[in-house]
Design a protein around this ligand. Structure first.
Ligand code: SAM
Length: 268
């Protein structure tokens, strides 16, 4: 495997045809430290954000549930896109009693999620849980087969947003809920510069310290700069057939939670 530092990150982020050639080996490299890194880098806030993401999504799901279907027997199907080591998928299975498929492009991430599942055994939750290597932009799942789709720090790392959201809309049934947590480009230029530069410096330092590859975490800053703002993400959801129910901005718009419902008619 080439050293990440030898690859031209800007070129890989600009060109969808080769983006995964950088992103997937990078996540394979950092998979063993990913959970520690996420906790450290978010100053412990990641866990609270994910809890809030799922709490809001569940409330939206319950509010929209068909009256003919009782909530007590509403075992539902969830898909966790870019599941990483699987924390959102485990929470869905354990707390929501959902049947969950976790999908991730990184073999190393899926291996870690799978070994946690094996270790947890029946403690993983009453719902069925499985992890597969795959692409969030082409999941291979049937049309309208999911009631809930979750995406934690997913779309920024994946294929073009338009393709990814169209795929999420395809697999969600009408009325299904999409719950997204990610980093975005803050709208305020001064704050954006401070936020992105902090992530760049801290990411480069930790990347060098843990992996002797500064870009392994310095990537986050670059990926935010080439991604959209939280407001533009809301627009992209509307354009792809989602009704946006709730948007919660954190850290001055550097992080946001979006919860949306797949409308009956796709706009695109
Ligand atoms: C920052 S991690 C997020 C992990 C987890 N969802 C969380 O919330 O902590 C991003 C994940 O996206 C995955 N990923 C990147 N591109 C992907 C793609 N095209 N399809 C599926 N997963 C992808 C990476 O392998 C990585 O595990």
């Amino acid at each position: 495997m080439p050293r990440l530092g030898d690859l031209d990150l800007d070129r890989h982020l600009r060109d969808p045809a080769i983006k995964a050639n950088f992103v997937t080996p990078m996540f394979d490299l950092i998979a063993p430290r990913y959970d520690d890194f996420t906790r450290l880098f978010s100053f412990g806030m990641d866990r609270g954000w994910k809890h809030e993401l799922l709490t809001v999504a569940l409330a939206v799901w319950r509010a929209g549930i068909d009256n003919s279907r009782s909530t007590s027997d509403s075992a539902f199907n969830a898909v966790d896109l870019a599941c990483g080591t699987g924390d959102i998928a485990f929470a869905l299975a354990a707390e929501w009693r959902a049947s969950v498929v976790g999908i991730d492009a990184s073999q190393a991430m899926i291996a870690r999620a799978q070994s946690s599942l094996t270790a947890a055994g029946s403690q993983a939750g009453p719902g069925a849980l499985r992890f597969v290597v795959g692409d969030l932009g082409a999941t291979g799942l049937p049309d309208q087969s999911a009631d809930i789709v979750t995406a934690g720090y997913a779309y920024r790392n994946g294929p073009p947003l338009q393709q990814a959201l169209a795929e999420s809309a395809r697999i969600l049934r009408p009325g299904g809920v999409l719950a997204v947590l990610d980093f975005y480009k803050p709208a305020n230029i001064v704050w954006r510069s401070l936020f992105v530069n902090y992530l760049r410096l801290a990411g480069n330092a930790v990347g060098w310290w843990w992996h002797r590859e500064p870009v392994a975490y310095g990537y986050i800053a670059k990926s935010i700069e080439t991604f959209v703002s939280a407001a533009d993400f809301t627009q992209a959801l509307h354009a792809n057939g989602f009704g946006v129910v709730d948007v919660r901005r954190k850290l001055g718009g550097g992080v946001a939670i979006h919860v949306a419902v797949r409308t009956a008619e796709r706009v695109t």
